[in-house]
Design a protein around this ligand. Structure first.
Ligand code: NAD
Length: 475
């Protein structure tokens, strides 16, 4: 399939060329460049800011019907364009077509949910004596700067655009330079559904230049970022200079507590599929398997057996279950983290190396007995690596889960109802899956605690994060 021409979408205009710097977009399955992406200069960003200001004043007064029509219309177009959107995502990010199609449908579900939710952005009237009135209202926060990473090239832009639009804000999206065409495809569905071009725009650039420029402007009133904790902390400081509101979806190091009383086969079938989804490049990926001693050996053997059967190949081949990693940086990270763990005494049970020398393929990997001081036990691996360790009892398992400063997704497998509640309450995480890997949904908040960030996307909370509260008292 042909890869589309790339551009920035500023104030409804497609901009490229004009002597702008460019970035090479690469197909991770081949390692070859497939397109040149134009990068914003300061004048482009100023133009986007001016349009966002205008777009905000227009869109803040839109009716719920107008917002719902755009959101539902875009969702319908995404269904129609599902195959084309998915193929572009696979070409530039590497994931399997099956996973890319699901991403399109996640956006469809979210935009339709928001389309209903825009009718429920209620305020409240307070009890007051006759002649007085006090009301509490919700208003859109203002123009939003949104930064989306490459791991969900369609889903991340869908989230970053959907919530501000539902809330009556304008938004400037800087999606990852590695996966621009997917983001542009999502934005185009919204524009084709009638969204004015100054309400939602897309820029690309040198990330630090773009974020400093946008966050340095008083026009931007909120920043939404998904990416690493390191970059998130840097951006949060920039946002703090101007007291901008923030939503931060940062890294994770997903603990999975497996108790001896669990349905081990069901747990294995679920978590192995979850581990290798998107080659492990998922912030809620199950990563640290904290297994009760009595079932450790059986769990480890079952994991390794299943990992060896995962078919790795080009994401556009229907036989592939796992595609390549999204970029060469991830391969280097895998080599460093796995090498360090082995040097410190971890057992490499399967995988641990690249597959072939074209593209960024890496074998599904399982390690056991990695010591707690290995970098991989502390740093988000963001790759197809499962870390399986044995623990003596529940208290040690919960302490193990809470050992790191991350708190995004946590999982537990146990058939004991009282323990399910204990673990759900004790684990420090924004999302907990008990006997399931399904921890999200368009109606459910998605976000973390501690170093995994703050605020949530999706659900009513996703729109609320784009609103400010005003109290009006009339005497
Ligand atoms: P990175 O941390 O440099 O980049 C992560 C994302 O942030 C990219 O999309 C990048 O374009 C963007 N970014 C980087 N610097 C920025 C800046 N100054 N302003 C605005 N955006 C900026 O590194 P990476 O190599 O792309 O990924 C490495 C790590 O990032 C992974 O190991 C993982 O921990 C994390 N990550 C997390 C998510 C997530 O869903 N939470 C997604 C992608 C990457």
């Amino acid at each position: 399939m042909a890869y589309p021409d790339l551009y920035m979408m500023i104030d409804g205009q497609r901009l490229s060329g004009g002597g702008r710097r460019t970035h090479k977009v690469v197909n991770p399955a081949t390692g070859e460049a497939i397109a040149e992406l134009p990068l914003a200069d300061a004048a482009d960003l100023d133009a986007a800011l001016a349009a966002a200001q205008r777009g905000f004043h227009r869109w803040r007064d839109s009716t719920p019907h107008e917002r719902a029509a755009v959101l539902q219309g875009a969702a319908r177009l995404m269904v129609e364009r599902q195959e084309a959107l998915a193929r572009v995502a696979t070409l530039e990010q590497g994931k399997t077509l099956a996973e890319a199609r699901i991403e399109v449908m996640m956006n469809v579900g979210l935009l339709n949910f928001y389309a209903g939710e825009v009718f429920r952005l209620y305020g409240r009237a307070l009890v007051r004596p006759a002649g007085q009135r006090s009301t509490v209202t919700k208003e859109p926060v203002g123009p939003v700067a949104a930064f989306a990473p490459w791991n969900f090239p369609l889903g991340n832009p869908g989230r970053k655009l959907g919530a501000p639009i539902a809330g009556g804000c304008s938004v400037i999206l800087k999606a990852a330079e590695e996966t621009p065409a997917s983001a542009l495809g999502v934005l185009q569905c919204l524009l084709d559904a009638g969204l004015p071009g100054d309400v939602a725009q897309a820029v690309f650039g040198v990330p630090d230049e773009v974020s400093r420029h946008l966050l340095g402007s008083p026009i931007i009133r909120k920043m939404s970022f998904t990416g690493s904790t390191l970059v998130g902390k840097h951006l949060a400081k920039l946002a703090a200079e101007d007291c901008k509101r923030t939503t931060m979806e940062l890294g994770g190091h997903g603990p999975v507590l497996v108790f001896a009383d669990a349905d081990i086969d069901k747990a294995l079938d679920t978590v192995v599929a979850g581990k290798y989804r998107n080659a492990g490049q998922v912030c809620v990926s199950p990563t640290r398997f904290i297994v009760e001693a009595g079932v450790h050996d059986r769990f480890l053997a079952g994991f390794v057996e299943r990992a060896k059967k995962v078919t790795v190949g080009d994401g556009s081949d229907p036989a592939s279950v796992m595609g390549p990693m999204a970029n060469a940086r991830r391969l280097d990270a895998m080599d460093r983290l796995i090498g360090d763990a082995v040097a410190k005494g971890a057992m490499l049970e399967t995988g641990g190396e690249r597959i072939g020398n074209a593209g960024y393929f890496f074998a599904p990997t399982v390690m056991s007995g990695a010591p707690l001081d290995a970098a991989i036990m502390n740093e988000e691996p963001f790759g197809p690596v499962a870390l399986i360790n044995s623990y003596p009892h529940e208290a040690a398992m919960i302490a193990g889960a809470n050992r790191l400063p991350y708190g995004l997704a946590a999982y537990a497998w146990t058939s004991d109802a009282a323990r399910q509640r204990r673990v759900a309450r004790s684990v420090e995480a924004g999302m907990v899956g008990i006997n399931t890997a399904m921890i999200g949904g368009s109606d459910s908040p998605f976000g973390g605690v501690k170093w995994s960030g703050h605020g949530a996307e999706d659900g009513p909370e996703g729109i609320d994060a784009c609103l400010v509260t005003k109290a009006i008292h009339e005497g």
